[in-house]
Ligand binder design. Structure first.
Ligand code: ATP
Ligand code: MG
Length: 256
């Protein structure tokens, strides 16, 4: 369990995603009024998209907006190889979801929703998946928010996907997203004019998380150079360093 001060305004999001998340927040804030009319607020959210695009951060921002505690469910602790044990543990979690209002994050959700697993685990995984489906169906009197996040939506069972109130797809940022992300992260250190025409071509394929790191590296360089704003060259140097590191890492792990 953790406490969050993050807000949606701290995040760089497309207008469409921001609007959908805001709508969920407004419904949650007005849940009593909705209930008077037999309605209930959106509370089950599936976030899909590439690494570093803000899925986990979104759960934190929702907790911050709603002033609710954030519970991160460690699925590796839930899923065991022992018959029936995983479903029992899941039951405990859903009991808590029903009793204590909060934002519950099931990160790396494909571990549950996936069709993966060694042959001897398949039976147990099926059981976990089925229990999860059932739990998601149950009325949630406390209006806890359940957020599931995954990089691998293609692994998810269709039946599971249907149970969510909202499915939101995150992506890598476009040019305006990249500028917004960098500006926001640089904060007061952002110079009046940055050479975007030189910066943007080097940002291709970088995630929001990687851009945040680039901005932080450039900021540190500027501070240590005794300057009050970040220069375009510092950003370019940080971008080049990040790209070089990416390639080295890709070689080591032989992926992408
Ligand atoms: N949309 C965003 N707006 C602002 N900052 C972001 C955004 N996305 C990522 N970041 C930055 O990158 C960090 C990592 O993002 P986050 O953990 O939310 O990514 P993720 O989508 O959950 O990735 P993964 O799939 O690897 O778990 C955040 O803590 C934040 O600093
Ligand atoms: Mg994450």
């Amino acid at each position: 369990m953790s406490h969050s001060d993050t807000r949606l305004a701290d995040m760089t999001l497309t207008e469409a995603i921001r609007a959908r998340l805001s709508r969920l927040v407004v419904q949650q804030q007005n849940r009593e009024r909705l209930r008077e009319f037999g309605q209930h607020p959106s509370s089950k959210l599936l976030l899909v998209g590439p690494p570093g695009s803000g899925k986990t951060l979104t759960a934190s921002a929702l907790a911050g907006e709603l002033h609710l505690p954030l519970f991160t469910v460690r699925l590796e602790g839930v899923i065991t190889r022992f018959l029936g044990e995983s479903a029992g543990k899941l039951r405990l979690i859903f009991n808590q979801i029903a009793q204590m209002r909060g934002v519950y994050l099931f990160d790396e959700f494909d571990a549950i929703g996936g069709k993966r697993g060694a042959a001897n685990e398949v039976g147990e995984m099926r059981r976990v998946l089925n229990s999860f489906l059932q739990f998601l169906e149950e009325a949630n009197a406390t209006d806890s928010v359940v957020v599931a996040a995954t990089n691998h939506p293609e692994l998810l069972d269709r039946a599971l996907v249907r149970r969510f109130d909202e499915i939101i797809e995150y992506g890598l940022p476009d040019a305006s997203g990249i500028k917004a992300m960098m500006r926001h992260r640089l904060g007061r250190m952002a110079g009046r004019s940055l050479g975007w025409e030189k910066i943007l071509p080097l940002t291709e394929g970088l995630s929001q998380a990687e851009l945040a790191r680039v901005a932080d590296e450039a900021t540190k360089e500027a501070i240590l150079a005794g300057r009050k704003t970040v220069a375009t060259d510092e950003i370019l140097a940080a971008l080049n360093a990040r790209r070089a590191m990416r390639e080295a890492v890709a070689d080591i792990f032989n992926d992408r």
